[in-house]
Every structure is written in structure tokens, then in C-alpha cells.
Design a protein around this ligand. Structure first.
Ligand code: GLU
Length: 689
């Protein structure tokens, strides 16, 4: 096993031999040679220094291991997916760091950073690999949100690469086949009555697919912040797709779980399953090659994002969305989506103003609409600011983030209920539907949030919160739907620039259709299917060219400078998890800022919180939760129930990735944590001598 990647010692030269051409004193020898000497005799040089370079390697108890080497301790060796891996330790690095949800993707990003690449360069390389090794979560056929911090200018820039509804989409696009046929799009049975049956069916129709945005957005961010040549950023992805990679535990589970749906699509069937008639799911550890994906990446590498948005790849995407019948062994009827080549070509990523607010001694910046993530996290923190949160810290602490206190969970959950109530009613794509007051100020005003915080009682849960009232603002209906199949990366480059990016195909395996080696998203199901309810039109209804509301919350934290302005970078985090993302991010931020946890502890800590319902979640996958008897023996659960919370101890599948910048032994250091609930890995430049 390679423990330390030593520079191989140079051969001991014979005392009287000619100079080896690579020897460091070559220049001296050459100079002497130039003066007329020929075979110069020099004394033996000192032994070369041993440079221990563990950059981009995984440290283990016995040393560092190259990721992807297959050697013992290699985190890329596939393991069955587990609910929670005990004992994750914070990773410390000096100069740069990358956290992603997959070891091979972290490796690709780290190699770019090692070459001096920027955080955005690394994000491009990471996305190229994630679309291959974690296709169930994100890829070329999906969308993403990124926050970028420029260390030189101090500017935080939000990049919106959210999928978009086609120009032909009407407000009934997701619920009616057509104006004259008011049945759900196929394959949903016209008779479905439950929301989840409607969701699952519509998701598998062509109507769920939004025009992808992740690649265009990465290109835009690269134009602003790229450093290394664009075409080199795809090398790891192309190599892995060509040579093959081993199917990970989570990917294997997703292949097995989604078999019935994926067999509708011929390309997905051929890629993920064995031959018919069994179509056995390819299992954990199977070597999988994806030449079509390698070709798509090669086209992107040389042609830029245009290669995806115009020409044959775009055509393949459009054709797949337009399918009226399954191309795979399960050839069922499908309602086509109405995306055209013009929709593809017209897609534009958008630079938006990040949502930045103060929280005690910090500034917290998040993603603006069409994500609700930034506003909801900021509102929650803005309410919590009215309580002395450090006084409600965990009752015990350990490497897994300890055990949060009853009142700590109560306060955070109540604040979240109030934030979700506003989110569900008011937040959608602001290019189409204005926020109260027409910007984020009203929803984030300290006075407003103090008033909201006053609705929280110490002795009793409010159950379901009511949205705030904004005089003169038109009454609106609410929507809260969202699926789960996403991934997050946090990257700090050697110059201190930071990327936090959450990227997604929406639900696991998206819309179950594949083109040119990648899966197409089902992001449009994040819209409300109904355009209105009894209270009025729903802000998050479908519209042509509109982007569905998200909960994705890539988040950056900065110190408050002496003059109150945004100061030094402190922390970057984010997570997948559908609407629960807001809770995962909030608990991580509170864990670090208020409860003094390191990046790993805060990431590992029990997931807790609430959306706007009477149920408060306490993630039962965590080893510090006693799930037996529905949590009846768990002190935290008992305490919350005594306050009137309906507590669920169902497992919560976050995928948080956190990096904190701090001081260790008087020197600046980065400390990273990857969620023990997924396959993520933190890599950095290690501790060089
Ligand atoms: N579609 C969701 C959103 O945009 C994300 C789904 C997930 O996190 O898995 O917010």
C-alpha cells in the first residue's frame, strides 16, 4: 500500500561519475562545461529531502491512500449503502479543500486544485464525475445553484442554473394532458387521487423535464472565475467513463429501487441492467463503462456548453422528452413534454444577488429565488437571533455531534415552521412573481422577524404556523411539494475562493429517461401542480420559461468585520434533501456558530427540524437517537413530545458537506466534514512539511 507518496530518491551517484542530467546541480555542471570542462567530477551530493505529499489522498490510521487505487482504506472501494457511518473525523488542510458526495468526484476536484485550479475549475471537474458515478443525483441533464466567494474582491455572486419550463408550458402543464383532456399526464392513471401517486406518474412523463441548466451555469461561472483551460476540466470524467468505475452502494440501491421505471427507457435499461428477460440490476462493485457519457463530455470539453444546448446532444434530449411511448422493455404510453430545440438554445443561466443577512457576529449568505433556501435559512436564523442560542446547546458532545437539547430543537423547529409558512406562500421565481415588497427586505427585516420570533412559546409547539401578513399584497395559495435526489459540493481553492454548489436531477434517477449517457431531470415537479387554491393563485404555479421553486441552500458564512461589514470567510455548507435541505443547513450553521462544533460534528449532528406541519423530525438513522418504540425511550423525543411536538424518528438522508476556515496552532487551516449518511469524502492538500 502506498502510505506516503514520496518523491523517489535519486540513485546514489558514483563519487566520480558524470553528472546525472536531472541532478539539481546540473546547472552548475553545465556552466562549468560551458567553460571548457567536459566530464566534471563532483563529490557525492547530500541525500535529497523526503517530501511527504499527501495532497488529495485519504488519510487512514496507517498513512495516506490514493483515492481510486483500490488499496485497503481506499474510500472509493464500493460498500453497501448504510444509514450512517460511525466515526467520521474532521479533515484538516492548509491551503485548499473539496467535499463532495463521492470519493472519485472529490478526487477529480482535488487534482484540479492541486494543479492551481480555481474553485470553479474544480466544480466543473466534480460535476463531470458526479454525473457519471452518482447519476441518480445530478448531472448534465439537471440544474444547480452556486454561490461563489471571490477572495480578492470579497464579492459573493449567486449563479442560477435552475431548470426552466418550456415556452409551451401552460399553468396546467403538470396536471392536464391538454386543454381538452383534463387527465394527468401519462403514465399516471387518470384515476389517481393521492398526491404521491400523481407526483410519481407525472414525474415519469415528459412534462416533468425542465430545460437543463447546470452546464450553462458552470460555463458562466467559469467565464468569470476559471483559471485552468476548460477542456482539461473534463479529463477525469472522460477517463472514468471510458475505463469504467465501480458502482457504489447508493448507486446500486438506486438502480435496484427504480428498476420498474427505468425499464421504460431503452438507454437506461441497457446501461443499468443485465440482458432480458431478467434485466438484473447491475450490482454494487460492478465495473461500469459509459462511452456515450465520455462522448458527451468530450463534446463539452471542446465545444463548451453549446455542445449540450445545440446540435445532436440537444436533439437527443428534446427527442427523449417528446417520447410518446417507452423505448425500453416496458413500452408504456407517455405524455410528451413540449421542450423544443429553441428552448434548449435559449436557456440562460442568471447571475443573481445573494441573500446576505447578519446573524449575531456573522454574515450568512444564501441562494435567492427561485430557490427558497436562502430566504428560509435567513428567516430562521433571524428569528433565532432573538434567543440566546448558545444557551440551548447540546446536552452532551461527541464526535457525532452529541445530543441536541430539547429547547434547542424546539426553538429551531418553531422558527423553521414560521419560515416555511412564508416560503410556501410567497417564494417562487421572482422573475414572474414578486415577493412582498418586491425584494427580500420585507421578509428578512429584523423587525418583522422579531415579531415572528415572538410567536414562539417556550412551553408549547405551535403545530402549524401561519404565514406573515404583508398589507396590500395579493392573497395567495400555498405549495410545498418537492422530491429528493440531489448532491452538494463545497470547495475552497488555494487562493481562498469558495464555491458552494447544490446540483440535482430532482428525484433519484430524475425522470427515468436517459440521453447520450446522462439522465434527464424531473425538476418541473417542484412546481405546484395546481395553479391556485381557495386562497388565490399559487406563486409557484407553472408558467412558460419559469423556474420551479427550490429549497437548495448552498450557504456561505463570514465574520462580521469591526465596521459591521462582511469580513473573512468562515464557513461553507449545503446539502441535498428536498424541502428538508433548509433544516439540514440550519442545524449545521447553528451547530458551528452557536454550539461551537467542528465541521464534521455539525455535519454529523442529529438532523432535526420541521417544515410547516405539526411533525418535528429527529433523524433516527443517527446513533445518538434511541429509535426503539418510536423514540419512546429517547430523552430528546420525550421532551419534545411533552411540548406538544408530533415527533418522527424516521431516518433522514442528508448529504451535507462543510468546510470551516479556522486557526490551528496559530496558522490558518481548513477543516472539512462530509455527511456520514452518504458516500462523501473531504480531500485537501494535507499537511506538508
Ligand atoms: N428538487 C429539490 C430542490 O430543488 C431538491 C431535491 C433534493 O434535494 O433531493 O430543492
Amino acid at each position: 500500500m502506498l502510505l506516503h507518496d514520496r518523491i523517489p530518491p535519486l540513485p546514489a551517484p558514483h563519487p566520480a561519475r558524470r553528472l546525472a542530467p536531472l541532478w539539481p546541480v546540473l546547472a552548475l555542471g553545465a556552466a562549468l562545461g560551458a567553460c571548457g570542462g567536459s566530464d566534471i567530477e563532483l563529490p557525492a551530493p547530500p541525500p535529497p529531502p523526503v517530501v511527504v505529499d499527501t495532497a488529495c489522498q485519504q488519510s487512514t490510521a496507517s498513512g495516506a491512500v490514493v483515492v481510486g487505487s483500490g488499496l485497503p482504506g481506499d474510500p472509493a472501494i464500493p460498500e453497501p449503502a448504510s444509514g450512517y457511518k460511525l466515526g467520521a473525523k474532521p479533515v484538516v488542510s492548509k491551503g485548499y479543500m473539496v467535499v463532495t458526495a463521492n470519493p472519485l468526484a472529490s478526487q477529480a476536484g482535488c487534482e484540479i486544485l492541486k494543479k492551481g485550479g480555481s474553485a470553479v475549475d474544480a466544480a466543473v471537474a466534480v460535476q463531470a464525475v458526479l454525473g457519471l458515478v452518482e447519476p441518480q443525483s445530478s448531472g448534465l441533464g439537471g440544474g444547480a445553484f452556486m454561490l461563489h466567494f471571490n477572495a480578492k474582491t470579497g464579492v459573493v455572486q449567486a449563479y442560477d442554473g435552475r431548470e426552466q419550463a418550456p415556452a409551451a408550458a401552460t399553468q396546467d402543464y403538470l396536471r392536464y394532458i391538454s386543454a381538452s383532456n383534463n387527465a394527468y399526464p401519462l403514465p399516471t392513471a387518470a384515476s389517481v387521487v393521492t398526491d404521491s401517486a400523481a407526483f410519481n406518474g407525472v414525474r415519469a412523463s415528459g412534462r416533468s423535464v425542465g430545460t437543463p441548466g447546470a452546464v450553462r451555469m458552470l460555463e458562466l461561472a467559469y467565464q468569470d472565475n476559471g483559471k485552468l483551460p476548460w477542456n482539461g476540466l473534463f479529463a477525469s470524467g472522460i477517463k472514468l467513463a471510458t475505463d469504467g468505475f465501480k458502482i457504489s452502494g447508493r448507486m446500486a440501491d438506486a438502480i435496484a429501487l427504480n428498476k420498474a421505471s427505468l425499464l421504460v427507457d431503452a438507454e437506461a435499461t441497457a446501461y443499468f441492467y443485465g440482458p432480458g428477460p431478467d434485466y438484473a440490476p447491475k450490482a454494487l462493485g460492478t465495473l461500469l463503462k459509459n462511452p456515450a457519457y465520455a462522448d458527451s463530455l468530450t463534446a463539452l470539453a471542446s465545444g463548451g456548453a453549446n455542445a449540450l444546448y445545440t446540435g445532436p446532444i440537444a436533439q437527443a434530449v428534446v427527442d427523449k422528452i417528446a417520447a410518446t411511448v417507452g423505448s425500453g422493455p416496458t413500452a408504456i404510453a407517455l405524455t410528451p413534454g413540449l421542450t423544443t430545440m429553441a428552448d434548449m438554445a435559449a436557456y440562460k443561466p442568471v447571475k443573481r444577488t445573494a441573500v446576505c443577512t447578519t446573524y449575531r457576529a456573522w454574515w450568512v449568505c444564501g441562494m435567492p429565488p427561485p430557490s427558497s433556501g436562502g430566504i428560509a435559512v435567513a428567516q430562521t436564523l433571524g428569528m433565532l437571533e432573538n434567543y440566546y442560542m448558545p444557551g440551548f446547546g447540546p446536552t452532551s458532545m461527541d464526535a457525532e455531534g452529541g445530543k441536541p437539547s430539547v429547547l434547542g430543537v424546539h426553538l429551531v423547529s418553531e422558527a423553521e415552521r414560521l419560515a416555511y409558512a412564508d416560503r410556501n406562500k410567497y417564494v417562487a421565481d421572482t422573475d414572474f412573481v414578486p415577493l412582498p415588497g418586491d425584494n427580500t427586505d420585507a421578509l428578512l427585516s429584523k423587525d418583522y422577524l422579531r415579531g415572528r420570533a415572538n410567536l414562539i412559546r417556550f412551553d408549547k409547539s405551535m403545530g402549524v404556523a401561519t404565514a406573515g401578513v404583508f398589507p396590500g399584497f395579493v392573497p395567495q395559495g400555498v405549495s410545498d411539494a418537492e422530491g429528493r435526489g440531489t448532491t452538494h459540493m463545497t470547495i475552497v481553492d488555494g487562493a481562498g475562493n469558495v464555491v458552494v454548489m447544490t446540483t440535482t436531477v430532482e428525484s433519484s434517477m430524475g425522470s427515468f429517461r436517459m440521453a447520450k449517457g446522462f439522465l434527464l431531470n424531473n425538476q418541473l415537479t417542484d412546481f405546484s401542480f395546481a395553479p391556485s387554491d381557495a386562497a388565490g393563485p399559487i406563486a409557484n404555479r407553472v408558467g412558460p420559461g419559469k423556474r420551479p421553486r427550490s429549497s437548495m441552500a448552498p450557504t456561505l458564512v463570514f465574520a462580521k468585520a469591526a465596521d459591521g461589514s462582511k469580513g473573512a470567510f468562515v464557513m461553507g455548507t449545503g446539502s441535498p434533501g428536498g424541502a428538508s435541505i433548509i433544516q439540514f443547513v440550519t442545524k449545521t450553521v447553528v451547530g458551528v456558530l452557536d454550539w461551537g462544533m467542528d465541521a464534521q460534528q455539525a455535519t454529523s449532528m442529529i438532523n432535526f427540524g420541521a417544515s410547516n406541519s405539526a411533525t418535528t423530525g429527529v433523524g433516527g438513522e443517527h446513533p445518538n437517537v434511541v429509535v426503539a418504540n418510536n423514540g419512546g425511550g429517547d430523552a430528546l423525543v420525550i421532551g419534545l413530545r411533552a411540548l406538544g411536538h408530533t415527533v418522527s424518528v424516521a431516518a433522514q438522508s442528508s448529504g451535507t458537506g462543510t468546510v470551516i476556515k479556522t486557526q490551528l496552532n496559530g496558522a490558518a487551516a481548513l477543516v472539512g466534514g462530509a455527511d456520514p449518511r452518504r458516500e462523501g469524502l473531504v480531500l485537501g492538500d494535507g499537511l506538508k512539511p
